[in-house]
Design a protein around this ligand. Structure first.
Ligand code: ADP
Ligand code: ZN
Length: 296
């Protein structure tokens, strides 16, 4: 039986674990995200300690973005230039690989969660899946033929442009694009628009009409651009489960009959779905990355 090291680097915390399978987590630690100078050695120390006891087969890392995924780049495995203090150009894969000497799989956090859902969650049996997280920010993991969409960098679907709702007086709060999807529909945008935390708004508040419409536009764009077999909507904001039927209705209305496949026209309830793995998607996706890295 193989053991794998899995790592989730997040905006607020780092999670590291030693895992034998999706239901077999042997050891887990968490520490606050601070600087690469502090966090990378913490990750290495945890992995090395367990690797010395029972050798690990491979490591999988799901990272906050932006990250460099171009394997021909000298910066492969680094955080890309970012407004996040301390982390611009920080190497993540190289120091961990050098310290452990075993294969390391690496991808964006939301792509990693998408892989977890595909393998053991809401996408079991499918080949093409898109996973949106709608939380503090918005991102999408795009899986095609069972693997992350190969591309230049990684998709940044959270910053796609939408049509504004005429009556929406909120300007938007993306520091790059003002009223992109994230600027209009992430948790902080909801809070700024209405002056209360998103989880305090009652289910019949107009806020959710706006939210469902913006998310439905993003889902429609995704259907038109990528044509996945299913779209998973996760993240803290989607804990408002009444959004799902609203989004499904708005997607069908906006598509206006243009896409004629049963999966959408007859089975929209199975097409736009919540995650099945909850907050385990990232760790399980990192396990998929580790297992695949071991096979290369
Ligand atoms: P993160 O994106 O930081 O990883 P989350 O996915 O939990 O974490 O997203 C946090 C955001 O989601 C916050 O802006 C918060 O207001 C919003 N949020 C969390 N829980 C709920 C909820 N039950 N209803 C609506 N919004 C929520
Ligand atoms: Zn933006």
């Amino acid at each position: 039986m193989s053991l794998y090291g899995v790592v989730e680097t997040g905006g607020t915390k780092m999670v590291c674990a030693i895992v034998a399978g999706p239901d077999d987590v042997r050891h887990e630690v968490r520490f606050p995200t601070t600087t690469p100078a502090e966090n990378i050695p913490q990750i290495i120390a945890f992995l090395q300690q367990h690797h010395a006891q029972t050798p690990l087969t491979a490591i999988g890392i799901g990272s906050f973005g932006p990250i460099v995924l171009d394997k021909s780049s000298p910066n492969y495995g680094c955080v890309a230039p970012t407004t996040k203090p301390y982390w611009s150009n920080a190497p993540v894969v190289a120091p961990i690989q050098a310290a452990l000497g075993i294969p390391v799989g690496f991808d964006l956090d939301v792509t990693t969660a998408a892989l977890g859902e595909l393998q053991w969650g809401a996408g079991v049996g499918l080949q093409h899946l898109v996973y949106y997280t709608i939380g503090t920010g918005i991102g999408a993991g795009i899986i095609v033929n069972g693997a992350p969409l190969p591309c230049m960098m990684h998709p940044e679907a959270g910053h796609q442009r939408l049509s504004r709702i005429d009556s929406d007086a909120f300007a938007g709060n993306c520091s790059f694009h003002v009223d992109c999807l994230e600027g209009l529909a992430a948790g902080p945008a909801i809070e700024k628009r209405w002056g209360v935390k998103a989880d305090q708004l009652p289910p019949d508040h107009i806020a959710w009409e706006y939210e469902a419409d913006y998310i439905a536009q993003a889902v429609m764009n995704t259907i038109l651009m990528v044509s996945p077999q299913r779209i998973v909507l996760g993240g803290g904001v989607m804990d408002q489960s009444h959004l799902f039927p609203m989004i499904r209705t708005k997607v069908l209305a906006r598509l206006n009959g243009y896409i004629n496949v049963d999966a959408i026209t007859a089975h929209i309830d199975d097409y736009i779905v919540p995650p099945a793995l909850g907050n385990r998607a990232g760790m399980l996706g990192a396990l998929v990355l580790a297992m695949r890295a071991a096979q290369v």
